[in-house]
Structures are given as structure tokens and as C-alpha cells.
Design a protein around this ligand. Structure first.
Ligand code: ADP
Ligand code: MG
Length: 644
């Protein structure tokens, strides 16, 4: 029985792209088909080992065949195969998140009119065969099941039917038969039927596939006479079965024989990326713990890195046999953006996946890998700061998270990897850079936080530090201040928020000045304090405000930005009871002309309005929104009317 089905909408979109093939390197289709064949054998092999003899162990192979008359090229494997349901689900719809990402990226690039060809390096899977095919047939069979045939021209629909002939696939596996498009002036699709171009493609893209990729090759040999000497001008065709790939997986090769380019190419095809990775690590651990690992840091964050459904992990192999695609125990949360694979010589294949999770070997490897990644990052920071900054731009917050979420346990490993903008330097600097340039008798590491670098630089407190030539770290990410709080200090230098009230840093003379100001303006300060009840806890004076009439600061360790972050999170979690409150101090600038005027105002209603406007102004300077804009404008207008 033959059924006709329509492709799912997303599939149709992708197929449309493939058929109108926007790419110049259409040849990647072969890599994709071979990689699917290899995956299918991996799956079979793993299932067979676990099946206690129910599935026979086989001689695994991938075979490429071509047919000149019918102009088709086919890739055959004796792997797991697909049931009818799987056939429809896997080839009729797009289940892969990677492909969805591709579509999104493609739309973005089209909008920005960027070069869409770049995206041709994306691993777009099975559908990429439609770049070169006018029709594709897939014969497939699972062990003990029937053979099914999927056929499609890749436009609207596909058909699925049962095949009675059991000889096409004797036990299990899949044949993907690609009927090539007709040659055009620009594109010679027929070239994919030539032995040497197939061989070349396999060598280039699929050499490390761990199963033999076989092909029958035909070449001419001289005819021989009775004495075994060649007869001039007479040849005959010889066909022989040839294995095209070297089969040594990249990670098993000698480290010195593997170039960065090879690692990059491997990364792109194995992990479906269109960009070279930022960092590639080729690890060979020997001794008590024996494993090989290839670890990559993508140049761009995976699109769903911040979403709930992002899965971290490294692919796991045991003695070269694929076990699982994402073993999450192999990387800590704060490095969840790394991709890669680990092949262990010591893991037993016969243990179940659940047992594997608990294997102490895994956690040893994980620790080891983590250490290597951190070392590599330190090295990069030393040797190529520009590239490190690129890394930090994308993933810096994860390192902070590593410190924060482990309550400082990873402090020694990670604190030197952090870099921040600063008041006095153009590029981001580390704590060490900061401490190296401390002013004489400067004890603290000063910082200020806010939404953007620009808004932090506008803080009234900043002028004092700028004038004094004291550097200030500018913290723009929500997690920054929390991280510093967990760190507590760096090389015995405490972190100090410049907007946090800090009486200790005042000279005796300054303390006295402020005390006098409060005493001499007691009535006004009291009126201000009671007007702002519930909003601020104290009204006082600051001598460091530069041109600003007021500022707002916090005390007791919880800054305004931390309060804001925590409360936003509480709101997002719908837990209003876990909201927090920072202790706020409104600082008046005694040297601002405004102070002389307002301190004389007697009318209580009037003071209320002034207090309210000044509070809003101070909050605005800190980078916050005015809470009640109506009220603010009304007060401002009243005060202006009065003034003129
Ligand atoms: P991916 O390989 O990344 O999952 P593809 O588009 O290449 O995406 O393939 C889609 C799915 O089709 C695969 O996940 C697999 O389940 C199935 N598939 C494709 N080729 C084969 C094959 N040769 N044998 C068995 N299943 C296959
Ligand atoms: Mg694939």
C-alpha cells in the first residue's frame, strides 16, 4: 500500500531553500548522508551489545554505489534502520533543534542582506541531499521488521510504501538513493557519479568515520601476454572494492598529526556549526586515567543556551563505541556552553546508562577536563587578550556564575579569569591589573554598578574618583555584584561599592564637617527624612558629589542594583514574599547652590515636594526609572511655578 503525505510546514521551508539551493558547496550533502549512516550503525552497535544476543553483532559498513544510466548515487548502511513511524517522523518533519536554529539564522541573515553562503557550512542534515537531487528514495528496515520505501521530490509531499522484496536489505539498515538533477551550465551534478570526486569528498569530510566507507572502483589495467608483460594499447576494466576512509577517529590520531584546521572542520560537521570554534582542545590523558577528548568552545553561544531546554554535556564513547550524545556529568554547569566528546579506554561497555552516571571514573574525567579548560582559558588570556575578550564577551557571565553558584569554592580557579570595564582603562581589566595599579595607600578595590557603562559613568560619586585618579570597576551585569560579594576580597583588598555609604573612608575633618552640617540643618534634614519615609532610611550629606545636588546610596551590603535584581527575580518566580529591601541613604550636596535655597524652606508641604523631586532625581542618576511619573511632573511644575 502506498500512502501520500504532506511535509510539515517547517520542513517545506527548509526544503524550499535546498531545492533553490542557495549554497555553493552543495557537496556537503554527502557528508550529511554518511554521518547519518554512521550514527545509524552506532545506534545498532550499542543496542546489539545491550541486547544479550537478541540482535546479532555484524560486520558494519557504509557503502556508496552509483548508477550511471539512472543517474543515482546511493549511501547504504547496515545500521539500526527505521520503522515506518520513524521514517515519517524523522524525514517528514524537522525534529532537530539545530535545523530550527539554522532557519532562524537564515532569516536573520537574509534580513540583514548578509552573505547567505556562509550558512552553507551548516549541517542541515538529510534534507541537504535535495540540493543535488530531483528525487530521493529511502529504503529502510529495522531488525526483524519489514522494508519500507520513502520517496519524495522534496517539494510538497512524500510517499511511503511497504516493500515485499526482502533481498534489498537482508537484515537491517538503510539505503538513501539520490537521483541527481540534470546538469546545467553552472552546475555539473553528474560529477557526483565520478569515482575520484566521491573519493575526494569522503577523504575531505568523512575520513574519521569509524566504519569502512566502501565503494566499487573501476580502473583500467593493461592486458598481459603469456609472459605476463603488458600488451601495448590493450587494456581491460578492473573493479575492486575499496575502503575510502582511514577510519581512525580524529581524537585517536597522534596529537601532532592533527592540525587546528582539521579540528575546526571536525567540530563544524560533528556539532552542526557554520563557524569555526573559538577554542579547540585536543586532550590525550594517559596514566591512571586514560581517555581522549576533543573540546570546543563555539564562537557564538548556541541560540538556546539561556533557555530551560538547553542540554549541556559532552558526547561519550567507550573504547571508540558511541554511548550517548550529551553526558551532562562531564561538564560543570558553568561550562555548559562547551561542546565536544570524550572517549574512555576504561569504561566498560556492558554497564547500563544509569550505572554509568554514577561511575567514579566519569567524575574523575570531568574534573580533569574542567581543569584543562580553565588552564586553556588562562593561557588564552595571557597570550591573546583580544581573543580572550571575545570569549569573555560571550561567556564571561558563566564564569561569574561558576564562582557565585559554588559559593566561592571555585574562587581560586576562576577569579583571575574575570575582567571588567573600568573608569580609567579603555579595555577590560582583571582584578590583578587593578591591584597592580593601586594608588599609594589605597586599600580597597572600588566598583560601581548599573545597567550600562555610560549610566555608571554618570553617577555623581564618579567625579571624585576620576579627579583623584583612582580606578573604579564598572559592573554592568546583574550577576557582577553578587559575584564580588561571594569573593569578598581579592589579594586581601576588599571590594567597595562607591555608592555605598562608607564612613571609614572619610578623614576626621570630613566626618566633623558632615556632623556639623547635619546639626546645623537639623530641622530641614528631619523634614526631608519624614517626607521620604518608606523610601529612604536616612538623609545626610556627602562631600563627594561633584556637580550633582543629591545622590542615593545604600548601606549594609545590599546595593540598589542587587535589590532590583533580586526583586525582579522574585517577581518572575511569583514569590513576592521573598522580595528584599536595601537600606537607602539620600545624600545632599552642601556645596550645590540648590542646597542653600531649599534648606531655608519652612513650609512642610513644600519640603515634601522638594524631597520627592530630589529623590526621583537621585534614583534617575542611579539608572532607575521614576516610579510615579505623574507625581514627579506635578511636583516639578508646582516648584517651577513657585520659583518664578
Ligand atoms: P540528524 O542526523 O542531525 O538527527 P538528519 O536530518 O540528518 O538530522 O536526520 C534526521 C533523522 O533521520 C536522524 O536523526 C535519524 O533518526 C534519521 N535517519 C537519517 N538517516 C538515517 C539512516 N541512514 N539510518 C537510520 N536513521 C536515519
Ligand atoms: Mg544527520
Amino acid at each position: 500500500m502506498k500512502e501520500e503525505k504532506k511535509f510539515q510546514a517547517e520542513s517545506k521551508e527548509l526544503l524550499g531553500l535546498m531545492i533553490n539551493s542557495i549554497y555553493s558547496n552543495k557537496e556537503v550533502f554527502l557528508r550529511e548522508l554518511i554521518s547519518n549512516a554512521s550514527d545509524a550503525i552506532d545506534k545498532y552497535k550499542f543496542t546489539a551489545i545491550q541486547s544479550e544476543g537478541k540482535l546479532p553483532i555484524k560486520d558494519y559498513f557504509i557503502r556508496i554505489d552509483k548508477n550511471q544510466e539512472q543517474r543515482y548515487l546511493q549511501v547504504q548502511d547496515n545500521g539500526i534502520g527505521m520503522t515506518k513511524e520513524e521514517l515519517e517522523k524523522n524525514l517528514g518533519t524537522i525534529a532537530r533543534s539545530g535545523t530550527k536554529e539554522f532557519l532562524k539564522k537564515y532569516e536573520e541573515m537574509k534580513e540583514k542582506k548578509e552573505d547567505v553562503d556562509l550558512i552553507g557550512q551548516f549541517g542541515v542534515g538529510f534534507y541537504s541531499a535535495f540540493m543535488v537531487a530531483k528525487k530521493i528514495e529511502v529504503y529502510t528496515r529495522v531488525y526483524g521488521g519489514k522494508t519500507h520505501l520513502f520517496a519524495s521530490d522534496g517539494v510538497e509531499s512524500y510517499t511511503v510504501e511497504d516493500i515485499e522484496d526482502e533481498s534489498i536489505i537482508p537484515d537491517s539498515g538503510t539505503i538513501v538513493r539520490v537521483y541527481l538533477k540534470d546538469d546545467t551550465d553552472e552546475e555539473k551534478y553528474g560529477a557526483y557519479l565520478l569515482d575520484y570526486s566521491i573519493e575526494d569528498l569522503v577523504k575531505r569530510y568523512s575520513d574519521f568515520i569509524r566504519y569502512p566507507i566502501k565503494m566499487v572502483e573501476t580502473h583500467k589495467e593493461d592486458d598481459l601476454d603469456e609472459e605476463g608483460k603488458p600488451i601495448e594499447g590493450k587494456t581491460h576494466d578492473v573493479t575492486e572494492d575499496k575502503t575510502l576512509n582511514s577510519m581512525v577517529p580524529l581524537w585517536k590520531k597522534n596529537k601532532k598529526d592533527v592540525t587546528d584546521e582539521e579540528l575546526y572542520e571536525f567540530y563544524k560537521s560533528r556539532f552542526d556549526d557554520y563557524e569555526d570554534p573559538l577554542i579547540a582542545l585536543n586532550i590525550k590523558a594517559e596514566g591512571t586515567l586514560e581517555y581522549s577528548a576533543l573540546i570546543f568552545i563555539p564562537s557564538h553561544a548556541p541560540y538556546n543556551l539561556y533557555s530551560q531546554d538547553y542540554e549541556k554535556g559532552l558526547a561519550l564513547y567507550a573504547k571508540g563505541i558511541f554511548i550517548s550524545e550529551k553526558n551532562k556529568d562531564l561538564v560543570p554547569d558553568y561550562l555548559k556552553f562547551v561542546r565536544g566528546l570524550v572517549d574512555s579506554e576504561d569504561l566498560s561497555l556492558n554497564i547500563s546508562r544509569e550505572m554509568l552516571q554514577k561511575s567514579p571514573l566519569l567524575s574523575k574525567m570531568a574534573k580533569n577536563i574542567e581543569k584543562k579548560i580553565v588552564e586553556k582559558l588562562k593561557e588564552l588570556k595571557e597570550n591573546d587578550y583580544e581573543k580572550y575578550l571575545k570569549f569573555f564577551q560571550v561567556y564571561g557571565d558563566f564564569l561569574k556564575f561558576g564562582i557565585y553558584s559554588t559559593y566561592g569554592a571555585k574562587k581560586d580557579d576562576l577569579q583571575d579569569l574575570l575582567v571588567f570595564d573600568s573608569l580609567l582603562s579603555e579595555k577590560k581589566i582583571s582584578f590583578k591589573d587593578y591591584v597592580d595599579k593601586l594608588k599609594e595607600d589605597q586599600k580597597n578595590i572600588y566598583y560601581a554598578s548599573g545597567k550600562t557603562k555610560e549610566s555608571i559613568l554618570m553617577l555623581p560619586e564618579m567625579k571624585h574618583y576620576k579627579d583623584a585618579g583612582i580606578d573604579v570597576l564598572l559592573l554592568c551585569e546583574n550577576i557582577d555584584e553578587f559575584t564580588l560579594q561571594v569573593l569578598g576580597d581579592y589579594a586581601s583588598h576588599s571590594f567597595k561599592n562607591i555608592t555605598e555609604e562608607d564612613k571609614d573612608s572619610l578623614s576626621d575633618d570630613e566626618k566633623k564637617q558632615i556632623e556639623d552640617l547635619v546639626n546645623n540643618n537639623k530641622r530641614f534634614v528631619d523634614d526631608m527624612t519624614s517626607s521620604l519615609k518608606g523610601k529612604v532610611d536616612e538623609v545626610t550629606f556627602s562631600l563627594k558629589l561633584g556637580d550633582a545636588p543629591v545622590s542615593i546610596s545604600s548601606k549594609n551590603g545590599l546595593s540598589l542594583n542587587m535589590e532590583n535584581t533580586l526583586n525582579n527575580q522574585a517577581e518572575a518566580r511569583k514569590e513576592p514574599e521573598s522580595k528584599v529591601k536595601a537600606t537607602k541613604v539620600l545624600n545632599l550636596n552642601p556645596n550645590h547652590p540648590l542646597f542653600e535655597k531649599i534648606s531655608k524652606v519652612q513650609d512642610e508641604e513644600e519640603v515634601k515636594k522638594i524631597a520627592s523631586v530630589l529623590y526621583d532625581e537621585a534614583m534617575m542618576l542611579e539608572g532607575f526609572e521614576i516610579e510615579d511619573k505623574q507625581e514627579f511632573l506635578k511636583n516639578l511644575n508646582d516648584l517651577l511655578t513657585k520659583a518664578y
